[in-house]
Design a protein around this ligand. Sequence first.
Ligand code: MN
Length: 740
Amino acid sequence: MIAIPVPTETKPDFELPDWLKQCFNTSQTKEVRLICNAFEFAYQLHTGQYRKSGEPYIAHPVVVAGLLRDLGGDSAMIAAGFLHDVVEDTDVCIEEIEERFGEEVRQLVEGVTKLSKFNFSSKTERQAENFRRMFMAMAQDIRVIVVKLADRLHNMRTLEYLKPEKQCSIALETREIFAPLANRLGIGRFKWELEDLAFKYLEPEAYQEIKNLVSERRADREERIEKVITILSSRLAELELNVLEMKGRPKHLYGIYQKMQRQQKEFNQIYDIAALRIILDKNDQYQCYRALAVVHDTFRPIPGRFKDYIALPKPNRYQSLHTTVMSFNGRPLEMQIRTIEMHHVAEYGIAAHWKYKESGGMSNTKVSSDDEKFIWLRQLLEWQNDLKDGQEFIESLKENLFEDDVYVFTPSGDVVALKRGATPVDFAYHIHSEVGNHMKGARVNEQWSVLDRPLVNGDIVEIITSKNSHPSLDWLNFVVTPTARNRIRQWYKRSHREENVSRGRALLEKEVGKNGFDALLKSSPMQTVAQKCNYQNVEDLLAALGYGEITLNQVLNRLRDTVKAEQPMAETSLEAEVREQNSIRNQNTAKGNKAPIAGVEGIVHYIAGCCKPLPGEPIIGVVTNLRGISIHHQGCSNLDEVEGDRLIPVSWNSHNINERPPTYPVDIKIETIDRVGILKDILARLSDQHINVSNAGVKTAYGKPALISLSIDVCDLQQLDYIVDRIKNITDVLNIRRVK
Ligand code: MN
């Protein structure tokens, strides 16, 4: 740690401003001590550094701190003003700031340092808006932005010492990013000065011309305004309206220039260059309307020029009455009428709250409800109205301003706004569906990244594509944007049609049985079902079933309803079930001369769905009322309900070695680490063993293992045990069990 001497107000090479001297002389409260210590620390660290202007470097942070003090910033902000450049420009680290000045100052300094690293080279208005939003999002605490604005304002004031190229880029950035931010926060005095300074460097000739014209006519203008003031003063006094201040208002030059551009007019056609402002000393908006009545009664108002920003404040909370009247010699004069409180809001914006919070707080300000542009700011203000005191308001400003969005860069510096939680895959699909569909990998901040990592503000994302790469269904488990989700589904639909159709077929066949299945697909009830589900034909329906756009239950329900409606006498679902069981028996007995199960020769029988026993497991038969004999595992819990005389002994026959053994369905559940490609790995193992998968499902929940459910067909317990072992060996598989 650097040893810092006791703070003193005399420096050999630097004259402290009066307010800072006063800090040293007043009784040392905690706040004032923080300010003095921060100054001393910054002074020591910047010793030997100079600005381009030749001044000692400390002059810059001192002005910045002074600007923040004028805005009514708290001691932490003023300290941050002194310290905002030390991390960047000296070898002190952020931890030391915290040790000396506490966590709050550290966070402000850290925020400003972070924002300083951005080089905003905006290209379009939309990009500029994204930059501004990102800037806000990254700052997290509005005070950070205010410190940054003060820093920028002083840098703009001293821009003449930089090289011309540098001047232009900084001025452009100021016009596109910082002045709108100041406006957004309602800090009018920062906004006007930033705009005029940017104007001076970006359009030097126009700036000089307007400046000259304005000063040429100053005498004339001031004389006119004096006359108006004399007349209005006495009339306002008659009505006992307490005018705190009434004076001519210099309009800012860039505003005049913009108006000339916008309205395609010459300087002398811009009639409201002479402007008068009336500030009333009571916080009573009705006084403003009464003053307006006096003005309109004295001078003829120009139609269409009256604006009531008191009843309908601007989104940044600006309130005033605006009107333009004809003054002497037919010369128009623009008027603003407001209370002192409204004036503070106009000048200091969001910071007005800091400045005046001690003096009784502010009355509720009505906020325009029809302006959708700056919803977030309105919300902020609405919270403000709900909050009890200023302290709480400031606390609320420290919260993240854009919780729902994350702002990232393309490698060429464009900003992309995505939903929070968005991954490189979402980013790729946002750029273009073809980028997503051929995405091979992603580099985030020049490092290879896994595809499911959520992006954070400021990440630079580069998508690597290759002609042969394709989307993976696993991506659906982690993408958060609807665009990405839909595009992946679409791609899958398009490119896997055959696969999807046959998967859909298999799903349906498993449910309704093999016998007559093809006939069913061609039947009129099936056509009807397809149409009812909004598909062109049965094949489309099967494809949809295959990739999960429609569920098996939906199809079966529709089918049942349709069959009932079309053929009242058609087989019941029970009969359909019996048919299915027959089909198992037929399938099982078709080839071998030996039935797979001994003891039920010639009798209708089926494997019970509750326990699904496999060859190799002890079994027992149960005589059912309608459906022949069901074959259960001897340990099946359903047997407890069965009376003894309905049980018959059965056993597995060994199958003929020369025949392909019959297979039996088994359900298994696998718990795995949730990673890309795990399902594919498992399916590959099964496929190696020529094991058919008739159904597969994946469930994921954030922070929990993924749960994969598979229905597979195996020929006996031995094969099941073998395959379970194989799956267990796959990396990331946590647990596997059979479901009964
Ligand atoms: Mn600075």
